[in-house]
Write a protein that binds this ligand. Structure first.
Ligand code: BEZ
Ligand code: FE
Length: 276
C-alpha cells in the first residue's frame, strides 16, 4: 500500500482496521475515521490548523486532574454529552427526564437522614427541598438512594475550593416508605462553567457565554428501576434558554418559592423508569 493520496487514503485506513475482532469497536473506528477524514476534506484542513487542534487537545488533557475534568467540559460545551444523554434516555411519557451528569459529581459524598442540612456551611440563602420518588404507575419507591449536589452562591462546587477539606452542598439520602424525602440546603444560583482552561479559550473565541442556569443535580438509584441522572432548574433564571451545556428540559424547571420566614422551598417529585 504505497502512494496513497487524498482520494485513496480513507479506504486504506478502513482496510487496516477491517480485522478488528470486536464488531462494535470496528463499527466505532470505521465511522470515526470516515467522519474525521470527511471533516478534514470539507474544511480543507491545513497542517497548521491540525497542529493547533492537537495543541488544544493536549492542553485539554493536561488541564485534567482528580478534581477537574476538562474533557467532560469540552464534550458538554460541544453538545455531545447532551446528545448522548438524549439518545440513551428515551423514557416513557411521565418519567422524569435525564440531563447531563457534569464534571462535579464526586464519589463518597456523606450520607444524611431526611430533614438534615446538606449545605454543611456552603454559602447561600436557606432552602428546603421536598419530594417523592415514584414509579411510573404512581407507586412509592421506598429506600431509593438520592444523591444531590450543587454549587454555592459564589458559583463554586466544594471541589473547586483548593483547601476546603470537607464536602459541602452534596449528600446522599434515602426515600422513606412513602417514597418521600426532604433536606435543607442553599438556593441554587446561576454560575459560569470553569473558563480558565482550553474550553474557556474556545468559548471566548466563539463568543459563547459560559453560564449555566441555576440547578440542583440529582442521581437517583433504586432496585428494579433505571438510574436517573438529572437536574431541577430554577424557574425565571435568565440562562434557561442559553445553557452553556444545552441541558435544560422544560419538564425539569420548577419554582423555588420564598416563604414568609425567608426560607425558600422547592417541591419536586421524581418518576423512575422501570428497568427493562
Ligand atoms: C454542572 O452542572 O455541574 C456542569 C455541567 C457541565 C459542565 C460544567 C458544569
Ligand atoms: Fe451544576
Amino acid at each position: 500500500m504505497r502512494n496513497l493520496n487524498q482520494d485513496t487514503i480513507t479506504q486504506a485506513v478502513l482496510a487496516r482496521f477491517a480485522g478488528t475482532p470486536d464488531a462494535r469497536v470496528k463499527e466505532l473506528m470505521t465511522s470515526l475515521v470516515q467522519h474525521l477524514h470527511a471533516f478534514a476534506r470539507e474544511v480543507t484542513l491545513t497542517e497548521a490548523e491540525w497542529l493547533a487542534g492537537i495543541h488544544f487537545l493536549t492542553a485539554t488533557g493536561q488541564k485534567c486532574d482528580d478534581k477537574r475534568q476538562e474533557f467532560i467540559l469540552l464534550s458538554d460545551t460541544l453538545g455531545l454529552s447532551m446528545l448522548t444523554v438524549a439518545m440513551n434516555n428515551d423514557k416513557p411519557q411521565g418519567c422524569t427526564e435525564a440531563t447531563v451528569f457534569g464534571p462535579f459529581h464526586v464519589e463518597g459524598a456523606p450520607h444524611f437522614d431526611n430533614g438534615a442540612d446538606v449545605a454543611n456551611g456552603a454559602v447561600g440563602e436557606p432552602c428546603i427541598v421536598r419530594g417523592r420518588v415514584l414509579g411510573l404507575g404512581g407507586e412509592a419507591v421506598a429506600g431509593a438512594e438520592i444523591e444531590v449536589w450543587q454549587a454555592d452562591a459564589e458559583g463554586n462546587y466544594d471541589v473547586q475550593y483548593a483547601d476546603l477539606g470537607k464536602f459541602q452542598a452534596r449528600g446522599v439520602l434515602n426515600s422513606g416508605v412513602d417514597g418521600s424525602f426532604t433536606f435543607r440546603t442553599i438556593v441554587a444560583e446561576p454560575y459560569p462553567i470553569p473558563v480558565d482552561g482550553p474550553v474557556g479559550d474556545m468559548l471566548r473565541a466563539t463568543r459563547c457565554h459560559p453560564w449555566r442556569p441555576a440547578h440542583l443535580h440529582f442521581m437517583i438509584k433504586a432496585p428494579g428501576y433505571e438510574t436517573l441522572v438529572t437536574h431541577v432548574f430554577r424557574n425565571g433564571d435568565p440562562y434557561l434558554d442559553s445553557d452553556a451545556v444545552f441541558g435544560v428540559r422544560q419538564s425539569l424547571v420548577a419554582d423555588w418559592v420564598k416563604q414568609p420566614d425567608g426560607v425558600y422551598s422547592l417541591d419536586f417529585d421524581f418518576v423512575l423508569n422501570p428497568a427493562s
